[in-house]
Write a protein of this length. Structure first.
Length: 243
């Protein structure tokens, strides 16, 4: 080998080694958080939830919303809605349903049609909600203890099973390690993550991402190490915005 070829080989090897080191550092650091958007560039995100994300349980106007809402506000113009009827769904093309109340049959049909026409949905369907509440069981303002599925998931080819054991668990969401609490498991014909936390379904011209936990949004209860939980949610929302 001539001197020139030897030097060229050394350069190529150095470049390859540098690329390997950079890739290794990226793996160790994990995925980068989803960037904030300038206010003028934030698209509408419809929000339907039974959880105290917008207001606390006492509906105090002095509160500034939950950490989850503040995270969403960095990328979206959040518009709360109360039902999935056509007039409410017409306000946007991206919807986050975070452990919603059971929807009437007509509104479920409207939701299915909205997704078929190109709507984008992230649905947090928790089969065993552990979110603490000061309200007594049966109070209509208390989040339901489980996702009230009235046939929507089966219509999309999914089955949601309750967990065999309760408690916190480390799982993956949007490329981030997150802490879930008594998460369910998803089965069916959609693309389902290996740990069965997330299902990604093509529905007509639209998409629906179903996540079998909602407690991961309660980062105040889970603790500061779970701050990447909200990064995971934002990453899932960012992924579903794409065609």
């Amino acid at each position: 080998m001539t001197g020139a070829r030897r030097r060229a080989s050394i350069v190529v090897a150095a470049i390859a080694l540098t690329a390997i080191l950079i890739a290794g550092i990226a793996v160790l650091r994990g995925p980068a958080p989803v960037n904030d958007r300038p206010a003028r560039e934030r698209p509408t995100l419809l929000l339907l939830t039974s959880l105290p994300l917008v207001f606390g349980e006492d509906f105090s106007v002095e509160q500034n919303g939950s950490p989850a809402l503040r995270a969403l506000d960095t990328r979206y113009r959040v518009v709360p809605i109360s039902v999935t009827d056509p007039s409410e769904l017409a306000k946007g093309r991206l919807l986050l349903m975070a452990h919603p109340l059971a929807q009437p049959a007509d509104d479920l049909v409207a939701l299915d049609q909205w997704v078929h026409r190109g709507g984008r949905l992230v649905l947090l369907a928790d089969p065993m909600l552990e979110w603490p509440s000061k309200r007594p069981p049966g109070d209509p303002l208390r989040p339901p203890p489980m996702f009230m599925d009235t046939g929507l998931l089966a219509h999309w080819g999914l089955r949601l099973d309750a967990p065999d054991e309760r408690g916190a668990r480390q799982q993956e969401l949007g490329g981030f390690k997150v802490t879930t609490v008594s998460p369910g498991q998803l089965f069916g014909r959609c693309r389902i993550a290996p740990d069965r936390l997330v299902a990604d379904c093509s529905v007509g011209r639209g998409r629906a991402i179903v996540i079998a936990d909602a407690d991961f949004l309660d980062v105040d209860e889970i603790g500061s190490p779970a701050s990447t939980n909200l990064d995971g949610l934002l990453a899932e929302l960012a992924s579903i915005e794409q065609p």
